[in-house]
Ligand binder design. Structure first.
Ligand SMILES: NC(=O)c1ccc[n+]([C@@H]2O[C@H](COP(=O)([O-])OP(=O)(O)OC[C@H]3O[C@@H](n4cnc5c(N)ncnc54)[C@H](O)[C@@H]3O)[C@@H](O)[C@H]2O)c1
Length: 342
């Protein structure tokens, strides 16, 4: 089968033939149809320090996918060949305290599809049946391919009650934009999204109704908030940029007693003015991945009831043109790139 492989000798990925994965009794073989390129894939492409330390080579990469079940292991109940599916890319162990306690997304033995074990940028993917998520009829394979990052956005956005609240989201990448759409969908009052990239803010403004976008390179966030009639600050913050400057601004703009979900991953250690966290009495929650499988349930249900996120897909390319997709990601021109493996 064709697959995008990291060989571990510098920048880039190679499209080449590799064997179709063999499945065990509790696995499913998925014929991959669409995949999304994630920031993590870019780190692997660039072969930065994190990627060199983390990714065993050679490895088929990629973890955002949708397709159809091609084969089932002998001990897999409740799924059928031909069924349209996506799936959770965090493959968990069975023995940790968290896993035994049913808090699957906190399992320290988690291995990432396309990061630690063979991935989805290929014609076929092996996945434990436990991780498979069937797609409802309303959700096509293209949307199926971006459920992983949408799940990040949903996990963060639903961490705190947003109904009637004023929400500040820093970082208008695909996850920040989708989180804004979720905040709007569930009934926040003001949703304000910041970035330093005007093109991304413009796309977000087209995708999410009644969204206030702020280019923090040119506009004063406090003035925008005041113009919206917010006298004291935001009730809930979602940090989705990984930028230290955005976190600082978040601390400035949050109300006393407010809540902050941290999803963005800084490149290194970031200095924090903890006195402001203490005196404001903030509740801060780290967000990693998706809750298995509550996040999946909620996001599918919201998509079935009108949540609109497809607009984050700016590039659709046949898999053979993967290099163009990665170039668009690297230049910052793309928000979400989807590759077609049919
Ligand atoms: N916690 C998790 O499980 C998880 C999963 C996936 C991605 N992530 C991280 O979440 C973040 C968002 O992911 P993405 O794919 O949307 O990323 P992205 O890199 O495409 O988007 C980040 C955005 O932040 C913007 N930004 C930079 N400086 C800023 C500032 N000072 N103020 C406001 N915005 C600023 C950038 O211009 C960019 O548009 C990244 O840091 C990513 O590594 C975390």
């Amino acid at each position: 089968m064709r697959a995008l492989v990291k060989d571990g000798n510098g920048e880039g990925l190679t499209m080449r033939d590799v064997p179709v994965p063999e499945i065990g009794p509790e696995d499913v073989l998925i014929r991959v149809r669409r995949t999304g390129i994630c920031g993590t894939d870019l780190h692997i492409w660039n072969w930065d320090d994190w990627a060199r330390r983390t990714v065993p080579t050679p490895l088929v990469v990629g973890h955002e996918f949708a397709g159809e079940i091609a084969a089932l292991g002998a001990a897999v109940p409740g799924l059928s060949v031909g069924q349209r599916v996506s799936g959770e890319g965090h493959v968990i162990g069975r023995s940790s305290r968290a896993a035994r306690g049913g808090r699957f997304h906190f399992d320290p033995e988690t291995r990432g599809v396309g990061v630690n074990i063979p991935g989805a940028f290929a014609e076929y993917l092996r996945l434990p049946a436990f991780n498979v998520v069937p797609l409802p009829d309303e959700i096509d394979l293209e949307l199926g391919a971006i459920l992983d990052p949408l799940g990040n956005a949903v996990h963060a956005a639903l961490s705190f009650d947003l109904v009637g609240e004023d929400v500040l989201i820093t970082g208008a990448g695909p996850i920040g934009i989708m989180a804004a759409a979720v905040a709007r969908h569930v009934g926040a009052r003001h949703v304000v999204l910041t970035d330093v990239n005007p093109a991304r803010l413009a796309l977000a403004g087209r995708l999410v109704r009644q969204l206030t976008t702020v280019d923090v390179g040119r506009q004063r966030l406090d003035q925008v908030a005041r113009a919206l009639g917010m006298r004291e600050g935001f009730d809930v913050g979602l940090e989705m940029s990984g930028a230290g400057a955005a976190f600082d601004q978040m601390l400035d703009q949050l109300l006393m007693g407010s809540k902050l979900a941290m999803l963005g991953i800084p490149a290194g250690a970031v200095p924090v003015d903890w006195a402001r966290v203490v005196f404001k009495g903030l509740t801060i929650k780290g967000i990693y991945g998706r809750e298995m499988f509550e996040t999946w349930h909620k996001m599918l249900a919201m998509l079935q009831s009108g949540l609109e996120v497809r607009g984050v897909i700016t590039h659709r390319l046949p898999a053979a043109r993967f290099a163009e997709g990665f170039a668009a990601m690297r230049s910052g021109e793309a928000v979400k790139v989807v590759l077609d493996w049919t």
